[in-house]
Design a protein around this ligand. Structure first.
Ligand SMILES: C[S@@+](CC[C@H](N)C(=O)[O-])C[C@H]1O[C@@H](n2cnc3c(N)ncnc32)[C@H](O)[C@@H]1O
Length: 447
């Protein structure tokens, strides 16, 4: 437990980050990057725990707080509503001692420049403890599942047999997955190297997933920079579900490869690790800052691709007229399959965003299909679990295009067994074998 000044500072920063997401609409990554600088490195893990947990369970936490308030602090004082949720989260979901949690959270109200609300924070948290930390009175679905109503409804409609499992998986912390560059080391050898560095057995350190021969799931997270082989690119951090894409697209090789929505380059690097000698890869992204991250990542990993900034739906601006024989479209999407890693998505995404995303996904597919050589293969991927962005987009794209057919290339058997087959494509649901939720549709162009 950090000394008092630091401990209160972490609670104050957590309240600001939560407030940045909830009221200013900033992503959790951006908000953390903006606030972390003022926090001692030793306390950053705690800051993250408080921010992720509070955003993950915000619906329940704010209802628990509301039971002790006539009116929630609002306007200039709204950050105190976030602080109260951070306070209750510590009491209900962490092992932090109640006395320290309350006193440091009260002190945080002063650090946030709201000394006159410190008494209110104290009264709410002490009242909550005194009453035995009661759960919220109402059994409304948003409080039960800690998701917005619109998303619960969509999941219920899209996945009548799985929606509750998806919601529960979204509220669990995701494990850390690694991908080992198999040209440099086998996953089994790397696991032994990692275990030796940790002074543990391979089993205690992690396990590698049968069927994905490059994937290792760590038993507990490990600071990235301290991973043996991270600096030279022998190993990368990537969820196992994301590792399904490159080997699937490159079954039977490929010469000219386009990664159309590539930043920050996780799948580009995987493609580069697996591509046959002599193959070329173009990695495209419309966001220049994010595209720069592809270049950086490839340089660290000593891998090659041509990085371009451009809009995938406007190839006339960047295409050199030479057809591609493999195209990966890892489309911009709602990211509803990766909520366990990004709980801010539950707060930032709106129901109305989905139709706009589906229109963009379809526009990208329409624009890229002519760039695919006859006999070529295109893999469409999203980290969404919503049918409107997945089979509905593929269904609309395929309508009136008789030359599109489902590819005979399939994900490997072990992974396929975990996937839900849909009318067009395959869906991995979040939490399935501890993986993220991803959708895949693999198509080929008739010659
Ligand atoms: C799901 S992310 C890609 C993740 C990446 N493939 C990886 O594995 O690291 C989607 C990317 O699409 C990019 N994007 C959004 N609209 C685009 C467009 N019209 N053309 C090209 N890229 C686009 C975003 O900037 C974002 O980097």
């Amino acid at each position: 437990m950090p000394a008092d000044g630091r401990g209160a500072g972490v609670r104050a920063a957590a309240a600001q980050v939560v407030d940045d997401v909830l009221r200013k609409g900033r992503s959790l990554d951006d908000a953390l990057a903006g606030r972390e600088g003022g926090i001692d490195e030793r306390d950053r893990g705690l800051l993250r725990l408080l921010c992720y947990g509070t955003l993950r369970f915000y619906w329940r936490l704010s209802a628990q707080v509301a039971a002790y308030l006539k009116r929630a602090p609002a306007g200039r004082d709204a950050v105190i509503a976030s602080l109260l949720a951070v306070g209750v989260y510590q009491l209900t979901d962490t092992r932090i001692g109640a006395h320290a949690a309350v006193s440091l959270t009260v002190e945080a109200a002063r650090l946030l420049g709201r000394p006159r609300l410190a008494g209110l924070v104290n009264a709410v948290l002490r009242g909550f403890l005194r009453d035995g930390m009661p759960p919220p009175q109402s059994g409304d679905p948003d409080l039960t599942y800690n998701h917005p109503d619109w998303l619960i409804e969509r999941l219920r409609r899209d996945w009548p047999d799985h929606w509750e499992g998806i919601l529960e998986a979204n509220n669990r912390q995701a494990p850390m997955w690694l991908r080992v560059n198999r040209r440099r080391e086998s996953a089994a050898d790397y696991l032994r190297r990692l275990a030796a560095a940790r002074g543990k057995t391979p089993e205690e350190t992690g396990e590698f997933q049968a069927g994905l021969d490059q994937a290792i799931r760590l038993a507990e997270p490990w600071p990235v920079e301290e991973l043996p082989g991270f600096r030279d690119g022998t190993v990368s951090v990537q969820d196992a579900a994301a590792q399904v894409a490159a080997p699937w697209l490159l079954t039977d090789g490929g010469c000219r490869i386009l990664d159309a929505c590539a930043a920050p380059g996780g799948k580009t690097a995987h493609l580069a690790e697996l591509a046959p000698a002599g193959a070329s890869i173009v990695a495209l992204d419309s966001n220049a800052e994010r595209a720069a991250a592809i270049t950086e990542n490839l340089a660290r990993m000593r891998l090659d691709a041509t990085v371009r900034v451009g809009d995938a739906s406007k190839p006339q601006d960047w295409w050199d007229s030479k057809p591609f024989d493999r195209i990966l479209v890892d489309a911009p999407c709602s990211a509803t399959g990766v909520i366990r890693r990004h709980p801010d998505i539950k707060h930032l995404r709106r129901d109305g965003d989905i139709a706009a995303l589906a229109a963009l996904q379809k526009a990208i597919l329409d624009a890229l299909w002519p760039l695919l050589a006859p006999g070529g293969r295109l893999l469409y991927v999203t980290c969404s679990v919503l049918r409107q962005e997945n089979e509905a987009v593929i269904g609309a794209f395929r309508a009136g295009r008789p030359e599109v057919r489902e590819s005979p290339a399939l994900p490997n058997n072990n992974i396929r067994a975990l996937m839900e087959r849909s009318s067009a494509g395959y869906q991995l649901l979040p939490g399935q074998a501890a993986m993220d939720g991803f959708y895949f549709a693999c198509m080929e162009k008739d010659t």
